[in-house]
Design a protein around this ligand. Structure first.
Ligand code: COA
Length: 146
């Protein structure tokens, strides 16, 4: 997917993207003051990115501006992070749209109950809350995409 006006495009991750993906992730960690250890989150990210499909949004001057990790068979999005400077530009919805096409099924993801920013964004994109708790995901709510 290419956004001609904004200049970014979405493609599959290559190994050379990993440092930039981690930089985007670090840029976003301040959004999660309730999460315990950033080191643990980083280790989890590395495992997820190497074991699953990962899409990146790339802009020629800024480099990697966002990424999404997808467990394709489950149509489950484990990570979606957009650099602060690039939010409200359609990057998040663009990544979700490409992931939806790859999974060929409505996507699901878990959001921290404290993450009101993400809730507002997903609501705006037509996502809905799955009824009932998800085992092993205390403090999170499962959402389903359109
Ligand atoms: C949540 C997040 C991925 C949204 O990405 P984004 O690129 O800014 O989203 P988009 O620009 O594609 O916006 C999609 C829609 O959500 C809305 N939206 C985005 N952020 C919003 C916010 N903070 N409050 C209200 N609405 C918001 C947009 O206005 C747009 O709606 P519209 O089409 O009706 O105009 C981004 O804020 C982010 O990376 N947050 C930190 C990490 C995070 O919480 N990830 C999710 C973990 S589950």
């Amino acid at each position: 997917m290419t956004h001609r006006a904004a200049g970014w495009k979405i493609r599959l991750r290559i190994g050379a993207d990993d440092a930039a993906i981690e930089a985007v992730f670090r840029d976003c960690l301040s959004d999660f003051p309730w999460r315990a250890s950033h080191d643990v989150e980083l280790i989890r990210l590395r495992g997820t990115v190497s074991a699953n499909h990962c899409l990146v949004a790339h802009e020629p001057h800024a480099g990697i501006i966002g990424f999404l990790a997808l467990e394709r068979r489950k149509a489950y999005v484990s990570h979606l992070f957009i650099k602060h400077d690039w939010r409200f530009c359609g990057v998040g919805s663009g990544l979700l749209q490409v992931a939806r096409d790859m999974a060929r099924a409505p996507l699901q993801l878990d959001v921290d109950v404290q993450n009101q920013t993400a809730f507002a964004a997903y609501r705006a994109m037509g996502w809905t809350e799955k009824v009932g708790p998800v085992p092993g995901r205390e403090g999170q709510v499962r959402l389903s995409g359109p």
